[in-house]
Write a protein that binds this ligand. Structure first.
Ligand code: FAD
Length: 418
């Protein structure tokens, strides 16, 4: 049986960042990745905060030099309403810009950077079984040719994303409290010629009649975009079975988006993914911790997935470094609980998005600049900054500001305390 210090399952963003951070602290790390890179992945619009972890892992120069589309904020459209947030205007000091990336290229770049720093990555090797009952965790690995071997580690980080390796093998899965939703998406040559279109922002468009149905339009460099529609399962009932026809039908019903895409060339097969929201009973156990999507995934609407994945990787790598150096650490108090605080802040705004309350706030004209700055920071990914009242008390603050917007819309026009 091969013996290693840390084994990371999966070489996506959380795996690559965690592995590099541990290696930079002098630990032996082996990453086992089921697929060959580059490989397609969804999740293409990054938030500013995720670049803090790219920088921490010594990969920022490589990402900056890669030619990805710069992103400076998020824009929202609903009918003739348009609301744009510039990350540079946020309440929390942080990075004013980030990138929109084809994940095949981005994930390969991060993994290659981890390798360059000395991390060993084995591609096309999948974890198929795990045992945490002995003195050290043991994993069973299957190579592409069907042969198998065992590896023992002092600690395992599960960064397997939607593979959810340890949650499945250790019976850790828990139901998400979000309803079943589906996304239908593709890449297009966008041919957008409107001078009003801001390529440096993700455009989130709300369906004119169905407020729980929304679209992403994520500009890449090179005149291409990622386009997708998201809705609950019943919103797809009665729609064309052909995915391209289905996506085209939703777009055609949404004039503000259809106009932007009038000249687009649809040159890539349309894909779908559904039931992606997931949760677990625990983020850690004896000899392991769960990172990124292997732990929990909320919803794509605020592009928080990669940021949460990298944040979890950075926190886990820091704690594991201390543990491997002989310190006694508390995974609940120093990893799971503080990670969950930011995730729960995102959760409140995702719930508010689908209830309509947060949409009312986003599309409200006028109102407090201070409040917009605080909301802007959350949209930039700084959802762990508890000096931001909208992070510290997300549910109460959102309720207050939504009530205020409703009042103002009704003509009351009163001041809202921050
Ligand atoms: P992944 O990126 O999924 O990487 C996991 C890796 O583990 C994969 O390479 C996989 O091959 C490997 N693996 C799996 N099983 C095994 C195994 N048995 N053995 C070895 N390796 C294994 N996030 C954003 O930040 N911005 C967005 O715009 C965005 N849009 C989204 C849109 C949709 C519709 C959805 C569903 C999600 C979106 N996300 C977005 C979320 C984003 O996709 C994920 O949060 C992010 O990819 C998680 O990164 P990760 O490192 O945890 O996992």
């Amino acid at each position: 049986m091969e013996k290693r210090c840390v084994v990371v399952i999966g070489a996506g963003p959380s795996g690559a960042i965690a592995a590099a951070l541990l290696k930079r602290n002098g630990h032996d790390v082996l990453v086992l990745e089921r697929q060959q890179f580059p490989r397609f992945s969804i999740g293409e619009s990054l938030l500013s905060h995720c670049l803090d972890f790219v920088e921490e892992a010594g990969m920022l120069d490589a990402v900056m030099a890669a030619g990805f589309q710069r992103k400076n904020g998020a824009a929202f459209a609903w009918g003739d309403r348009y609301s744009a947030f510039d990350f540079g205007d946020g309440f929390t000091p942080g990075k004013p810009t980030t990138f929109q990336v084809q994940r095949a290229d981005f994930d390969k770049l991060l993994a290659d950077e981890a390798s360059r720093q000395g991390v060993e990555i084995r591609y096309q090797e999948a974890i198929i079984a795990a045992s945490f009952t002995g003195p050290q965790p043991e994993l069973r690995v299957r190579r592409a040719d069907g042969s198998e071997y065992g590896v023992q580690a002092s600690f395992v980080l599960d960064a397997s994303g939607y593979g959810r390796v340890l949650p499945r093998l250790l019976d850790l899965e828990a139901p998400s409290n979000f309803p079943l939703r589906q996304a239908v998406f593709t890449h297009i040559e966008d041919r957008i010629d409107s001078p009003d279109f801001d390529r440096e922002k993700i455009l989130i468009s709300v369906h004119p009649r169905l407020r729980d149905v929304w679209f992403w339009l994520i500009p890449f460099s090179g005149g291409r975009c990622s386009l997708g529609v998201v809705g609950s399962a019943e919103r797809f009932e009665g729609r064309p079975a052909d995915l391209e026809a289905c996506l085209r039908e939703f777009v055609a019903e949404t004039p503000s988006l259809a106009n932007v895409l009038a000249n687009a060339v649809w040159d890539t097969p349309v894909r779908t993914i559904g039931g992606y929201a997931a949760n677990v009973k625990s983020l850690h156990g004896q000899g392991f911790a769960l990172l990124g999507n292997a732990a929990e995934f909320l919803d794509p609407v605020f592009s928080s997935g990669v940021t949460i994945a990298m944040r979890s990787a950075s926190m886990a790598a820091g704690l594991l470094n201390r543990q491997l150096k002989g310190e006694s650490v508390d995974w609940q108090a120093d990893f799971a609980t503080p990670l969950k605080r930011g995730v729960d802040a995102f959760r409140a705004y995702v719930e508010g998005w689908y209830s309509g309350a947060f949409q009312d706030v986003i599309f409200h004209q006028g109102g407090s600049e201070d409040i917009r700055r605080m909301i802007c920071s959350i949209l930039a990914g700084y959802a762990w900054d508890e000096t931001n009242p909208f992070v510290k008390e997300p549910v109460r603050r959102l309720r207050m500001v939504a009530e205020y917007c409703a009042h103002e819309a009704a003509g009351a026009g009163e001041e809202l305390p921050v």
